[in-house]
Design a protein around this ligand. Structure first.
Ligand code: UDX
Length: 437
């Protein structure tokens, strides 16, 4: 099939490459010239495991191209909308500028029978609004909402092997003509057994925001338990193991630590609350305010624990932060709790050095005032305290004996509860975890 993908960020670039890998002829379109140049040269403009390799492989087949020219969308049977919906400046709601601009620029190039398929995370009601716009100009075209659930760091495999496909069509009917066309686009995952659910527009939009809210709530739940464990002298990691064995609860997403960040969960729960307010259903989501508050308290708690670890004062203390990305296997620092903690420590007088295998260029753009050292060994030399804030494999596997020989004082705060406490203590370290005795 001929497919266009509008918006080539974390979502669109991966989606375009994966659709080409599934055998389709794909054009990726973005207004950012630099991004398009990189992608056209088979270079991912951000770090995502496996994406560079996939881009080279599919570009060699001639099935994938990139351009800034929206008219290249003409002739595609499906147009995927993959642009960002960031948080509005100074407000909780989602900024719909990019989605609206993408759809209106596309309208000149849509043909009868085409599908315009939204994948971005949007406030409920967006699909119906865009469907009206589309139908006004092209009564024979269809608007479908097909939310994307990929995780950064696993984006390629999540896209090629999704755990479910959701199609939101106007009437929610299983007979809707758009379904067969989208089934053809996704024939590979469907024949591999991926469940596919049909819903109406608002339900499909809500599936995404509800899923992200649930995940955020699960993380904040265990972080609230961490607060209690700290007060009661209990161990939250053992608690999570024990409750996670109940398969109604499950162990995944029960890792207590410095809280969630990134370009999705924080802004999605806020946009969801804002939208619920507009719909007169704000009471239904007031719990998300608490989820957000618990999450933000983690950052303050880590600053406090760091102060305790530095004998009550951060002034002039050399603190090394291991990890700047919002999660491992990503160079994304959007709303990264690690980076926000690093900045707060610096503001409170610590001499902060931040290291990360991939995210330092992005981190330096966001917080130019921090000191960055790409080499981990250099970064930890003469540190008064280490803070493990993003659980990259290379930090999880540090040898406590070797590291002890390099730092000024062997003190570590394990912000993700991933280190072997007994091993680090045996090597002479003062160890602090979150929600652990
Ligand atoms: C999330 C959703 O998982 C994905 O389905 C959606 O499409 C986009 O948003 P992503 O932002 O890539 O994906 O990251 P995710 O793996 O969900 O992690 C989000 C944050 O939660 C990270 O900062 C991570 O460190 C944190 N987290 C995750 C925890 O603190 N504890 C956990 O147990 C799990």
């Amino acid at each position: 099939m001929r497919i266009s993908v509008i918006g080539c960020g974390y979502l669109g670039a991966v989606h375009a490459a994966c659709m080409a890998q599934l055998g389709h002829e794909v054009v990726g379109i973005d207004t950012d010239e630099e991004k398009i140049q990189a992608l056209a040269a088979a270079r991912a403009p951000f770090y995502e495991p496996g994406l560079d390799k996939l881009l080279s492989e599919v570009q060699a087949t001639g099935r994938l191209s990139f351009t800034t020219d929206i008219s290249a969308a003409g002739g595609s049977a499906i147009h995927f909308i993959c642009v960002g919906t960031p948080q509005k400046k100074g407000e909780n709601g989602a900024d719909m500028t990019y989605v609206d601009a993408a759809v209106s620029s596309l309208l000149d190039h849509v043909q009868p029978g085409d599908l315009v398929v939204g994948k971005s995370t949007v406030p409920v009601g967006t699909a119906s609004r865009l469907s009206t716009l589309l139908k006004d100009r092209h009564p024979e075209a269809h608007l479908v909402w097909n939310p994307e659930f990929l995780r950064e760091g696993h984006a390629v495999s999540d896209t090629l092997h999704p755990d479910r496909l959701v199609y939101g069509v106007q009437d929610g009917s299983e007979e809707h003509p758009a379904i067969a066309i989208l089934d053809e686009a996704y024939s590979a995952p469907i024949s591999a057994g991926t469940p596919r659910l049909i819903a109406d527009h608002p339900t499909a939009e809500l599936v995404k925001t509800a899923a992200n809210s649930f995940l955020a709530t699960k993380i904040s739940f265990i972080n609230a338990m961490a607060e209690l464990c700290e007060a009661a002298g209990a161990d939250v990691t053992r608690l999570a193991d024990a409750i996670g064995l109940d398969d109604r609860i499950g162990r995944k997403f029960l890792n207590a630590g410095i809280g969630f960040g990134g370009g999705c969960l924080p802004k999605d729960i806020r946009a969801f609350m804002a939208r619920a307010g507009e719909l007169g259903a704000d009471q239904a989501l007031t719990f998300l305010r608490e989820v957000d508050a618990i999450n933000m308290r983690r950052r303050a708690r880590v600053v406090e624990l760091s102060r305790e670890l530095c004998d009550g004062s951060l002034l002039g203390k050399r603190v090394t932060v291991l990890g700047a990305a919002f999660k491992p296997e990503s160079d994304d620092v959007r709303d990264s709790p690690a980076l926000s903690i690093a900045a707060q420590l610096q503001l409170q007088g610590a001499v902060v050095t931040v290291t990360d295998p991939k995210a330092l260029p992005n981190a330096a753009k966001r917080f130019p005032e921090l000191h960055y050292q790409p080499n981990c060994e250099e970064a930890i030399k003469q540190a008064d305290a280490l803070l493990l804030l993003t659980e990259w494999e290379e930090y999880r596997t540090l040898d406590p004996y070797e590291v002890a020989a390099s730092v000024a004082t062997p003190k570590i705060l394990d912000g993700r509860n991933v280190l072997d406490v007994a091993k680090w203590r045996a090597a002479g370290w003062t160890y602090r975890g979150l929600g652990r005795p």
